[in-house]
Design a protein around this ligand. Structure first.
Ligand code: AMP
Length: 201
């Protein structure tokens, strides 16, 4: 099972990708998590990546293409993966298609989560508040200034991927404004994976 989860910031990509990974028994690959791990090194490439992420801008395509190519070659991804946060530009999508083709692999589906802007902002605020409430620190990009830039980057660079994948017949759009379990249910239904007992919602 090879699935890409697309959607604006705070749409719930990470949450849904983790649930799908569990369900289908494949790893959840989050490029945001991979970059946050790289960015936690305070010097060199880490500090440049951290500054780019904090500003809400996209990290260069080549960096992401290298990270993903290395990650999908790991043994645990041999049976598939749920990819969260990549591709985010048409250039990345083209590099990813070439990467898969070179390995004789195909994508099963691209799931696009759609959520209205006020709900996205509320979810970002909630994630930041939850982090503080549990004694942690919010993500450096979960604040209003960074979030505006993340949304802008999404509209300019990532939203065109809807048309890109629709043209390839791979796109499944899911309304992701509802609660976590019902969104998962709708995604799995689109992927054709519901068990008989789950078909009535
Ligand atoms: P996320 O955790 O998916 O919200 O990603 C957090 C940040 O990581 C983004 O705002 C970007 O700065 C960076 N990032 C994650 N994935 C990509 C990607 N595919 N291309 C460029 N930047 C990315």
């Amino acid at each position: 099972m090879r699935v890409v989860v697309l959607g604006p910031p705070s749409a719930g990509k990470g949450t849904q990708a983790a649930r799908l990974a569990e369900r289908y028994g494949v790893p959840h690959l989050s490029t945001g998590d991979a970059l946050r791990a790289a960015a936690s090194g305070a010097t060199g490439i880490g500090s440049t990546v951290a500054a780019t992420m904090r500003a809400g801008r996209l990290v260069p395509d080549e960096t992401l293409n290298e990270i993903v190519a290395a990650r999908i070659d790991q043994p645990d991804a041999a049976r598939g993966f749920i990819l969260d946060g990549y591709p985010r530009t048409v250039e990345q999508a083209e590099a990813f298609a070439a990467m898969l083709a070179r390995r004789g692999l195909t994508l099963d589906a691209v799931v696009e989560l759609r959520v209205d802007d006020p709900t996205l902002v509320q979810r970002m605020e909630k994630r930041a508040a939850d982090a503080v409430a549990s004694g942690g620190t919010p993500r450096a990009d979960d604040n209003h200034a960074s979030f505006r830039e993340r949304l802008h980057e999404y509209r300019e660079k990532t939203a065109p991927l809807s048309d890109y994948y629709a043209a390839r017949g791979e796109l499944h759009v899911v309304d992701a404004a509802g609660d976590i379990a019902s969104v998962t249910h709708d995604i799995v239904a689109k992927l054709g994976g519901l068990n008989p007992s789950e078909r009535q919602s």
